[in-house]
Design a protein around this ligand. Structure first.
Ligand code: ZN
Length: 424
């Protein structure tokens, strides 16, 4: 048994925010100790105890791109970031198209993973947008959602069929909602800064047109739509109206889109580590995303952890691959919103725990007795300097290198095992 004593327990799913002990018996949370148990007591007074974070959007790169990340390194990074459940996207090589692809990913995860890995299958075979994948087969094997993420499903008719299918398999279709024709080789947010830098912009409308399309198709079919990584104010408005009209839609925002803006590209000249997909946008967009998160229009934060090789970022801005290695900085970066009083700590914990779990109907992100023993211990005030070379992820790509973040993960317990310990 493990007994965490004296911490501030924040469990937004059950409305708890109180000083209390948390008890773990094997892989479960319990409300009282069993006699004769061997107990490890850890004093966490002065710190916050919360459910392990749930990430609906994470690229682990295995199989196929093991030089970029593996299940072993990605889940170790997750543990250091406080995440105990990762939904792994399907843009691997081969992509996750069939039940047996899902099974082999789960087998690999059982061997190598430090935290829970839940596979997301593709929406279309090999993500090429021509033919739907074997969703029923993948759902039976354990896929929790379907997505061609990294690419939009270009055909509206195929997206319609995917959403119809989502009803049969009772899993959401997660959409990388972005019109590829309108992206048209753009590399950053289309705005004044792109003009100054001489870089081709991606208009907000690239996202908004596909968000509107997908919302219309979700309304038409009654299917379950999940919108990945929203980045624009108008997209938030579209989702807000659709939810009010009863469309079955959930949505996520990435920490970097919520906290940073396109100005991050100039913190270092043409910083390729700040090239993301969708791009970092304006301060006004970030503000609208935050408002959407606070009022429930956006269901949760998801990291879109996208590790890259050094070589894929050590090049011209318009040649660089997109993405941020985000698992290890998510909490510290998001804490900027708490320290600036834009968000309360329980709101932030909720956006990382029961809200993502609830969006996809996963039984995690809670400290209720009987639930899986996924727990994090956090110090909201401890400052640290981001040193990408010390990341456990193979991806060292972050625009936050050298910056000070205030808020750190002291311990992560996944399924009852201590998988990360930092000074506790
Ligand atoms: Zn995406």
């Amino acid at each position: 048994m493990i007994r965490l004593i004296g911490g501030r327990v924040i469990d937004p799913g059950s409305g708890r925010d109180e000083i209390a002990d948390v008890l773990i018996d094997n892989d479960r949370l319990v409300d009282r100790a069993t006699p004769n148990g061997d107990t490890t007591v850890i004093d966490v007074s002065g710190y916050v105890v919360a459910p392990g974070f749930v990430d609906l959007h994470c690229h682990l790169r295995e199989p196929g791109y093991e030089d970029t990340e593996t299940i072993a390194t990605g889940t170790r990074a997750a543990a250091a970031g406080g995440f105990t459940t990762l939904c792994a996207l399907a843009d691997t090589r081969p992509s996750i198209d069939t039940g047996s692809d899902v099974e082999s990913l789960l087998t690999q995860a059982r061997r190598d993973a430090m935290v829970r890995v839940l596979p997301v299958g593709t929406t279309t075979k090999q993500r090429d947008g021509a033919e739907l994948s074997e969703m029923a087969d993948m759902a039976d094997a354990g896929a929790v959602a379907f997505s061609d993420d990294g690419r939009a499903v270009r055909s509206a008719s195929l997206m319609r069929h995917a959403l119809e299918y989502s009803l049969l398999v009772e899993r959401p279709i997660s959409s990388h909602a972005q019109d590829p024709d309108l992206v048209d080789g753009g590399v950053m947010h289309e705005g004044p800064l792109a003009t100054v830098l001489g870089l081709k912009g991606i208009p907000r409308e690239a996202e908004e047109i596909f968000v509107a399309r997908d919302l219309a198709l979700a309304g038409l079919t009654g299917g379950r739509l999940h919108l990945a990584h929203l980045s624009t104010a108008a997209a938030v408005g579209l989702v807000r109206r659709a939810k009010a009209a009863g469309v079955r839609v959930t949505a996520e925002v990435a920490p970097h889109n919520l906290v940073l803006s396109d100005a991050a590209i100039t913190a270092r000249p043409y910083d390729t580590n700040a090239r993301t997909d969708p791009p970092l946008r304006s301060v006004e967009d970030s503000r609208a995303l935050l408002e959407g998160l606070r009022d429930g229009t956006i269901d949760c934060v998801a990291t879109d952890h996208s590790p890259r090789r050094w070589i894929d970022k050590a090049c011209e801005f318009d040649q660089a691959k997109t993405g941020i290695s985000g698992l290890e900085t998510a909490f510290g970066l998001l804490m900027r919103l708490v320290h600036s009083r834009a968000l309360s700590l329980p709101e932030l914990v909720g956006a990382l725990t029961h809200r993502p779990a609830g969006a996809w109907g996963l039984p995690y992100g809670t400290l209720q007795p009987g639930a899986a023993a996924d727990v994090v211990v956090l110090d909201p005030d401890q400052a640290w300097v981001v040193d990408p070379e010390r990341f456990l992820s193979k991806g060292k790509n972050t625009p936050l290198g050298g910056q000070t973040l205030r808020g750190t993960v002291l311990m992560t317990i996944a399924n009852g095992s201590i998988v990360y310990r930092n000074g506790l």
